[in-house]
Every structure is written in C-alpha cells, then in structure tokens.
Design a protein around this ligand. Structure first.
Ligand SMILES: O=C(O)CCC(=O)C(=O)O
Length: 244
C-alpha cells in the first residue's frame, strides 16, 4: 500500500468532506501491483459465478472468510487508520463483495441506500427488520444508528469514469436516515448527483445511507471494485456479523 496518500477535497477547517457529504475519494491509496494481485484472484471467481447464476448484477460475496488476500487487505493498518481517522472510532471489516461490471455484466442499479447487513444467524431482535436471504446468508435491516456508524470502502481495481459505469451519489443524502421511495425520488430530483470517477488504486469511502446508483457503461470494459463494509460496534441480542 502506498506510503504517500492524500484525501481529496478535505477542508482546512477540519470538517472533512466525508463527514459533511457522506463520501470521499482517497487517491492512490493502494499500489497498482496490489490491485493487480487482487484482480487476478477475484476475476476468475466472478467469471465462475456468472456461469452458474441467472442474475448478471450480483457480486461475489463472503470474501472475508473465503479469500486470504481480501481478508489481509481489509485489516491493513493504513486502511484501518484512514477509517478510524474519519470515524473517530475503531472499525472492523464485516462484509466483502467483489463487483466486475463488464460487457457481459453491464448492469444498472437504481438509486438506493445500503440498508442490509449480513449476519451469522437470524435472531428476531427489536429494530431489526426486512429479513432476507442472499446466497444462503440471512440479512436484516438494522436500526439507522448502526448504519450511520458504518463505512463502506470501494477499492477500484480499474480506472473508472463517466463512460464506464462509475458510481453516482447524492451528497449529504446520508443525513436523513432511512428513506422511502417518495423521499428517494425527492432527493434525486432536487439534488445534483456527483459521479465518482476513480483511478486504479483509488478508494471511495461512503456511508451506507448515502443514496447511490450506477448506470450501464457506455464503453464497457472491466470496472472491478472490491467493496468492503466496516462496522464500529457489535450487534445486540446474540446477533453476529457474518464475517466478523
Ligand atoms: O458497483 C455497483 O455498480 C453498484 C453497487 C451497489 O449499488 C451497492 O453496492 O450497493
């Protein structure tokens, strides 16, 4: 990982862009060689999954437990120190997913917030709603306080621009808690989205409650992203983060 990195757009008054807008891009956090290594490990897993599933949208899940490189990367000192500086709390990784938008899997994701967390076992708990099952794993929507203390890291393993399906976000939309369809529509019509262009090795940090979407690439080529979610607290009532 690069010893020199900078946080783009951080402000001199100490109130970071991340805190205000709910996202921030850290330029060149990871060396190209490390990105290539992760891409070489993960791309075949995605290709294999594409052969066996009908959906062309999903990524390869549960990578913290199944891939030692992803697990080591997620716990690297430099990454954790960036997260802890932003959050003011110790953070630990709880879920990793690999996405590869490419000519065969060129998806559109409508505006949404990331409301679901993956847990080891379904245990009915006040405040935990929207239970579902993804690839055999129970997921729930936790109270907003849990989501507000989480950070998602999206490590870009390829350059990604407006023509290549970059993520779009609505700055500051993470400040309004969980939004219903009407509120999402109001937010996305009233506010200008920001397109998160990134180069290989850049990391997009975002709050799960930030509204985000992604369009199909106009110029489809690999747009590989390692997405890792970090939490700052354990869950109540015997619930456990799946990949803790
Ligand atoms: O990477 C993408 O295109 C979309 C990912 C996404 O929407 C998500 O992780 O919630």
């Amino acid at each position: 990982m690069n010893s020199e990195f900078r946080i783009q757009n951080s402000e001199s008054n100490g109130f970071s862009q991340f805190e205000r807008d709910g996202f921030q891009i850290v330029k060149s956090l990871v060396e190209p060689d490390e990105c290539d290594l992760l891409a070489a490990e993960l791309t075949p897993l995605f290709e294999q999954q594409q052969k066996t599933t009908k959906s062309k949208i999903g990524g390869v899940r549960n990578l913290l437990h199944t891939n030692s490189h992803v697990s080591a990367f997620s716990k690297s000192h430099r990454l954790l120190s960036v997260l802890e500086r932003l959050n003011g709390l110790q953070m630990f990784p709880v879920r990793a997913i690999f996405f590869d938008k490419n000519p065969e899997a060129n998806w559109l994701v409508p505006w949404h917030q990331d409301l679901a967390i993956a847990v080891a076992e379904r245990i009915e708990t006040p405040g935990y709603t929207g239970w579902s099952n993804k690839d055999g794993v129970p997921h729930a929507h936790p109270p907003k306080e849990i989501l507000e203390s989480m950070i998602t890291v999206r490590l870009h393993l390829d350059d990604c621009d407006t023509k290549n399906g970059a993520l779009k976000v609505i700055p500051q939309s993470h400040c309004h808690g969980k939004l219903d369809a009407v509120e999402i529509s109001k937010q996305t019509t009233a506010n200008q989205p920001v397109i998160c262009k990134a180069s290989k090795g850049d990391v997009l940090l975002m709050r799960p409650l930030l509204l985000h979407s992604s369009s199909p690439a106009e110029n489809p080529k690999h747009r590989r992203v390692l997405h890792i979610e970090y939490a700052a607290q354990e869950l109540p009532n015997g619930l456990k983060w799946l990949e803790r």
